[in-house]
Design a protein around this ligand. Structure first.
Ligand code: PA5
Length: 448
């Protein structure tokens, strides 16, 4: 079974033939990924990544995860952007919402660092880790990202002091470039176990490399199933799959038809709090891939029904420049029936005996209809269940959809020139060696 795409509730909002007009272009874009003629073609290693992952490779990752799991009760994943969002998204989607509170030692807790420069965050983490047998997965493709490097220096020192140099060597793993960058130099010098991020796979497309797979395996999830889901999705979104069956091409086409009709913002919505970080991963994937050259749909996200009590008003009734894409999970993993109450003080006995998920589904359907009535086109991505297999499908579906969609607005979906600008200013302000000219210029600007 596959995840499905329901675009029927976009039809009333589009002129006749709007999606069909993009059909050929979407298929051509899919072909350009295949034959490597698209923009950014040195970064399309993710395209056939799932089917290139061998059982031996998965075993090697699981072996490393085993060493970490046996020797750690907490594992800190240091990384930012594409070097952490995918792992976090999958771990939260598959995990028990309260595992971090109820941890009975079965699985290590996974914490994330190196994705901000907050002194309070790092100080509080340092304090927490004092009581923990912790390990570190240091993830940086470039090996030089400031946020990650800063956190890693602190974590490495603490780990060595707390656990001794030998154990630290065992429980620190690096995932980085094969040759370049400080993370590689450190890993080689210290003799850490390391994995390579392929040159031709960009950060936000790297969740199915060790960048995502190792933390996910450490958290205790079945990476073989995750990869199997992605492999199956790779087959059904291939270049030779016709548009009518190719949900990645369809998604790319319909969101761009909506964009062309003035819908500038796509809101990804879920009805499962566990998908919150999947929203974040998706925002990065589409935002960093498409937002360039003065173009690109703005990717926003909400958790529902939670945000119906905050952003719901805006979605229902604000500026009509939005469309909504809902990740709809068909079956809950648990069963919880709404109980009978003799006094019925809350007046909810009409729900007695119903599954909570049934109420959630009615909230979802009711919201969908209300939003459509309010002028919000609606795309539904239907997942049979929230398990490793379907999450693998979802990830690859979004990746290939993104690779196609970026081409439809004629940008290079695989670069991110815009993220360098803040770094240049930050380094100039911090007087990093090599930035002397920029430092002078920025100081002059700030001093008026
Ligand atoms: O998608 C991307 O390329 C970025 O978000 C990177 O993943 C992010 O900037 C982190 O880079 P690095 O892995 O080099 O530390």
């Amino acid at each position: 079974e596959f995840i499905k795409l329901d675009m029927s509730a976009t039809v009333p909002f589009l002129s006749a033939g709007a999606v069909e007009k993009l059909e050929e272009k979407a298929l051509a874009a899919r072909m350009a990924l295949e034959d490597g003629t698209c923009k950014g073609n040195d970064f399309i290693g993710w395209l056939h990544l799932p089917t290139s992952i061998s059982a031996e490779f998965i075993a090697e990752i699981n072996e490393t995860a085993k060493v970490l799991r046996e020797n750690c009760d907490t594992i800190v994943v240091a990384g930012i952007g594409g070097s952490y969002l995918g792992a976090r998204a999958v771990i939260e989607a598959l995990g028990n919402s309260f595992a971090w509170l109820a941890n009975k030692g079965e699985n290590p807790n996974i914490l994330f660092a190196g994705n901000n420069i907050s002194e309070d965050y790092l100080a509080e983490m340092t304090t927490y880790l004092k009581g923990q047998k912790f390990g570190v997965i240091n993830i940086s493709k470039s090996g030089t990202t400031t946020e990650t490097a800063l956190a890693f220096r602190l974590l490495k020192k603490q780990c060595e002091e707390q656990r001794g140099k030998d154990m630290a060597r065992k429980v620190i793993v690096a995932i980085t470039d094969a040759k370049r960058g400080a993370a590689r130099t450190t890993a080689d010098k210290e003799g850490y176990k390391s994995f390579v991020i392929p040159d031709n796979v960009g950060g936000r497309f790297s969740v199915l490399t060790p960048v995502g797979l190792l933390p996910i395996a450490c958290a205790g999830f079945d990476i073989a199933e995750l990869v199997r889901g992605a492999q199956d999705m790779e087959k059904v979104t291939a270049h030779d799959v016709p548009f009518a069956e190719n949900i990645a091409a369809q998604y790319a086409a319909v969101r761009n038809a909506l964009y062309q009709s003035g819908k500038k913002i796509e809101i990804l919505a879920n009805y499962q709090p566990k998908l919150h970080s999947m929203n974040e991963w998706w925002k990065q994937l589409y935002g960093e891939s498409e937002g360039k050259g003065g173009k690109g749909i703005f990717p926003a996200a909400v958790d529902l029904t939670t945000d119906l009590h905050s952003m719901g008003q805006w979605i229902q009734d604000g500026e009509r420049t939005i469309f909504e894409t809902v990740i709809s999970v068909e079956n809950a993993e648990h069963e919880l029936l709404f109980p009978h109450d003799e006094e019925n003080l809350d007046g909810l006995n009409f729900l007695e005996g119903k599954r909570v998920d049934e109420v959630n589904k009615m909230a979802e359907l009711g919201t969908r209809l209300a939003h459509i009535d309010g002028g919000v086109p609606n795309i539904r991505i239907i997942m049979p269940r929230l398990n490793a297999y379907y999450v693998g499908q979802l990830i690859y579906f979004f990746e290939v959809g993104c690779g196609i969609s970026g081409q439809l607005i004629d940008v290079n979906p695989f670069d991110q020139p815009g993220v360098e600008d803040y770094k240049r200013n930050m380094f100039a302000l911090l007087e990093k060696p090599g930035y002397e000219e920029e430092t002078k210029a920025i100081k002059a600007r700030l001093n008026g």
